[in-house]
Design a binder for this molecule. Structure first.
Ligand SMILES: [Zn+2]
Ligand SMILES: [Zn+2]
Length: 136
């Protein structure tokens, strides 16, 4: 594993990244934040990130990062906005509607890609055939 020097995204200090993504100081702070947020969530299930921030002082950005890392799974409900439309959700990255729309979008893109691939393959066959005809 290659350790590399980089700037801590939280405090800007240069540190050696061993995969944690931030310096030791910030990592320790984040662990404390996690305890604070988790205990707040236990007492106030279904809180929004904004409410957590207002009551614990933990930055929304930090809460979102912990959320994405799955730190709050099973530790209490948290409401946060869908990354696509901003609707409040409790799990995943998108609300049901957006998740479905995204799935449909991906399918559409895949279909288009398959169609193009097929068209290309047919074209290839066609040219081989015509070349074969020329050779005769
Ligand atoms: Zn730091
Ligand atoms: Zn959405």
């Amino acid at each position: 594993m290659a350790n590399k020097m980089r700037n801590c995204p939280e405090c800007g200090k240069i540190f050696i990244d061993t995969g944690a993504g931030m310096c030791n100081d910030c990592l320790r702070k984040e662990e404390q934040y996690e305890v604070v947020v988790c205990s707040y969530l236990r007492d106030n299930p279904g809180s929004t990130i904004k409410q957590i921030y207002e009551n614990t002082g933990v930055k929304e950005k930090t809460i979102m990062r912990m959320l994405r890392a799955g730190r709050f799974v099973g530790k209490g409900e948290i409401n946060y906005p869908c990354e696509r439309c901003g609707k409040m959700i409790k799990e995943g990255r998108y609300c049901n509607k957006c998740a479905q729309e995204l799935k449909a979008d991906i399918k559409k893109i895949k279909d288009t890609m398959n169609q193009r691939k097929q068209a290309k393959e047919n074209q290839g066959k066609g040219s081989i055939k015509s070349r074969g005809m020329y050779l005769k």
